[in-house]
Design a protein around this ligand. Structure first.
Ligand SMILES: Cc1cc2nc3c(=O)[nH]c(=O)nc-3n(C[C@H](O)[C@H](O)[C@H](O)COP(=O)(O)OP(=O)(O)OC[C@H]3O[C@@H](n4cnc5c(N)ncnc54)[C@H](O)[C@@H]3O)c2cc1C
Length: 388
């Protein structure tokens, strides 16, 4: 088989890139190692920056998001069980959209199918070859047969554990990492959200977040030690702990119910540079991971896709230098989001070695956010997403 761009990974990055390139007349094949059902059932991100909303619309997959997504003008922050609001729209003229990653992925699969896009799922043993040359190719196994795809470029959209990033030699690649000493225990429950907007809570017992997917489906998180497992946390224990950490008035009216999903995610910051080697481009989680506090992971994947789509479109239109800019443009935005996610994580979480002084510093930072227009504008500008 031959294609112009072979895309490894059928998550949001791979599907969105395939969709945008197809609409620009560039041929792609997507190779996904899992089944479609598996990819569609992964519960992950839920908050879209406005730039991501506009990118999805430009890709022709905005209709259901616009009909069913929940635009949010602001958010609540809380400290010591007392909350205050930051109005993103008043500060920046922009909103965010609450629309689950599972829905984004479902819309992208539907659009790819409608356009006859080639997505090969359950592709095993995906291997990249001759990436540094002008004639790269990819091999994989499916149903006991080995296949080969020749291409002009390979887009590594295969997430943090994928095969694309390790293809770049250690002598070229530089990794930057911070692992946080805690994780997020998250549950999904078929109950009305605690509030019409998200609540990010700093508490001396640990961080908590009240989020949602739609008016009947809520997503809640609490910070837990890294060695905790979901078996240790009954639903009742989860609700008790959540209610201790959030604003008192919200805790009193919180609607509780059985969890329909429960998982623990460790928190990590990671960047791999460069995001291009020869004819391979890294996109999304394949190149970087942010802690979920700033809701940036999926949004960074979308901005990478935007830059790569633009570079490849210009390349095929005859601008030979366009692809040289991809890595630097993407990384500049990645590091900004990395900084915001690190800052927000540091302000909101309880660290194992945190002193009373450190706790007061966090509470003082939150008080500054509550009382300063400049501080609110800075948070709002970054939360709704820096331009791309
Ligand atoms: C538990 C959890 C919660 C999260 N919550 C948030 C949030 O609230 N807000 C936010 O913005 N972000 C969140 N994120 C991050 C967000 O989900 C990711 O940034 C986003 O999924 C990145 O998309 P991607 O397509 O780059 O990578 P992925 O979604 O990881 O997709 C990569 C795809 O590549 C496939 N693949 C991997 N290896 C191979 C291979 N060898 N061959 C072929 N295919 C392969 C995988 O099966 C997968 O389908 C969360 C992530 C996790 C894990």
């Amino acid at each position: 088989m031959r294609t112009q761009v072979c895309i490894i990974g059928g998550g949001p990055s791979g599907l969105l890139l395939s969709q945008l390139l197809h609409r620009s007349g560039i041929d792609t094949v997507v190779l996904e190692q899992r089944s479609r059902d598996y990819v569609l059932s992964r519960i992950r991100a839920g908050v879209l920056e406005w730039g991501t909303v506009e990118t999805l619309r430009a890709a022709g997959v905005g209709a259901r998001m616009d009909a069913e997504g929940l635009p949010h003008d602001g958010t609540y922050l809380s400290a010591r069980n007392r909350g205050f609001r930051i109005d993103y729209f008043a500060q920046t003229g922009k909103r965010v959209m609450v629309y689950g990653q599972t829905e984004v992925t479902a819309d992208l699969y539907a659009a790819r199918d409608a356009m006859g896009g080639v997505i090969i799922d359950e592709a095993q043993g995906v291997t990249l070859h001759d990436v540094e040359t002008g004639a790269p190719y990819v091999t994989y196994h499916k149903d006991g047969t080995e296949h080969r795809i020749d291409c002009d470029f390979i887009a590594g959209c295969d997430g943090f554990h994928g095969v694309s990033r390790p293809t770049i030699p250690d002598t070229i690649r530089r990794d930057f990492e911070r692992v946080y000493p805690f994780g997020w225990l998250g549950i999904l429950s078929e109950t009305a959200p605690a509030s019409h907007e998200l609540i990010y809570a700093n508490h001396e017992r640990g961080f908590a977040l009240c989020s949602m997917r739609n008016p009947e489906l809520s997503r809640y998180y609490i910070q837990v030690p890294l060695d905790h497992t979901t078996d240790q946390w009954s639903d009742a224990a989860f609700w008790d702990e959540l209610r201790r950490r959030i604003p008192e008035d919200t805790a009193e009216t919180l609607e509780m119910g059985p969890s329909v999903e429960k998982s623990i995610a460790p928190l990590r910051s990671f960047v791999s540079e460069p995001m291009r080697w020869g004819h391979l481009f890294l996109v999304g989680d394949a190149a970087h991971i942010v802690p979920p506090t700033g809701a940036k992971g999926l949004n960074l994947a979308a901005s990478d896709v935007h830059y790569l789509h633009e570079a490849l479109t210009q390349h095929y239109a005859g601008d030979a230098g366009a692809i040289n800019l991809y890595s630097d443009r993407a990384l500049a935005r990645v590091w900004s989001a990395m900084r915001f996610s690190w800052w927000f994580t540091t302000v909101m979480h309880r660290f194992p070695d945190q002193s009373e002084y450190d706790q007061r510093m966090q509470e003082s930072e939150l008080q500054y956010l509550e009382t300063s227009q400049a501080a609110q504008a800075s948070l709002a500008e970054q939360y709704v997403g820096l331009p791309f």
